[in-house]
Design a protein around this ligand. Structure first.
Ligand code: ASP
Length: 317
């Protein structure tokens, strides 16, 4: 009888969704599922990562991602160190590679890195011996966001396969859009991209997904409406006539939402700009909005990723 291939997640780093096998994604989601239940208990401390050191290195600001990686590491029993760029030698001109080699010399077991340049985290991973997790690199990828979004969808809908997901707004600058597109397609969902022509990537046809510049047309019959923040910090020049005009045409309002399925789920990776890409009424709809579920799933998914990436260190236990 042929052996069942081992398709559990056994990689050294988690740098992107691109290239992951659906079995590897499912393995991480299944592992995270156990942590969701665990995180609801009052005693959250585990010893899975006891003795291991995790460094969070954030070159860009973050609330959710940094806090949830910190909680994830601490709940698994690791020693967690947070490095912010403002208080470090990076401000004194140290290069990314020098910082990587310096941290590497301190023998961390996991490095969680966010950087403003696409590809910077993968570059850093070449210079360290420990596991590296990409916590967002420029407009390239944000793999743990896509995993937590997938877990949210799977728990709320019972499946990912066969669902229609509209990713709406500033697709051009969004690493969340890219990672989600890759993951959701790998797991059998149909994905659409919706946004103004100026905020859809060039050569959009190479993505081979339906694209819409009209919100109502794009939302028609969708199961999931995933809104994106207008990433003005990545824009050089003007991409939208005005915030008011953007909200009128692309902001998710109760009226535009009527085009989607009556029970369509609303998602947003945060931070949200109410009155820009989403109306507060929609964001706060307790039946339809999964935005706070996404935050909860973030901790569980990050625990699963840290667990999976350090499994080899425990294999001999
Ligand atoms: N928090 C997400 C990210 O880091 C989305 C956003 O910032 O709009 O990419």
């Amino acid at each position: 009888m042929p052996e069942t291939p081992d398709l559990a997640f056994r990689r050294r780093h988690l740098l992107a969704i691109e290239g992951l096998h659906p079995f590897e994604i499912a393995d991480l989601l299944d592992c995270a599922e156990g942590y969701v239940a665990h995180n609801r208990k009052s005693d959250k401390k585990l010893s899975t990562l006891r003795g291991l050191t995790q460094i969070n290195l954030f070159y860009e600001n973050s609330t959710r991602t940094r806090t949830s990686f910190e909680l994830a590491g601490k709940r698994l029993g690791a020693d967690v160190v947070n490095m912010s760029v403002s208080g470090s030698s990076i401000k004194k001109g140290e290069t990314l590679i020098d910082t990587a080699m310096t941290l590497n010399a301190m023998h961390p077991d996991a490095l969680v890195v966010r950087h403003g340049e696409s590809g910077a985290v993968a570059l850093l991973a070449h210079h360290v011996r420990c596991a590296v997790i990409n916590a967002g690199d420029g407009s390239h990828e944000h793999p743990t966001q896509a995993l937590l979004d997938a877990l949210t969808i799977r728990r709320r809908r019972g499946r990912i396969e066969g669902l229609t997901v509209a990713i709406c707004g500033d697709v051009l600058h969004s690493r969340v859009a890219r990672s989600n597109l890759l993951l959701l397609q790998a797991m059998g969902a149909s994905v659409r991209l919706v946004g103004p022509p100026t905020l859809l990537p060039p050569a959009i046809e190479t993505f081979q997904v339906p694209t819409f510049t009209d919100m109502r047309e794009g939302l028609e019959g969708c199961d999931i409406v995933m809104m994106l923040r207008l990433q003005t910090e990545r824009m050089q020049g003007s991409f939208v006539p005005s915030v008011r005009e953007y909200f009128r045409l692309y902001g998710l309002t109760p009226d535009k939402l009527k085009a989607a399925k009556p029970d369509a789920l609303i998602m947003h990776p945060g931070p949200m700009n109410r009155g820009v890409e989403i109306d507060g009424v929609v964001a706060d709809d307790i039946d339809r909005s999964a935005i706070l579920d996404q935050v909860e799933m973030g901790v569980a998914v990050r625990m699963a990723c840290l667990d999976a990436l350090t499994r080899h260190l425990r294999d001999g236990d």
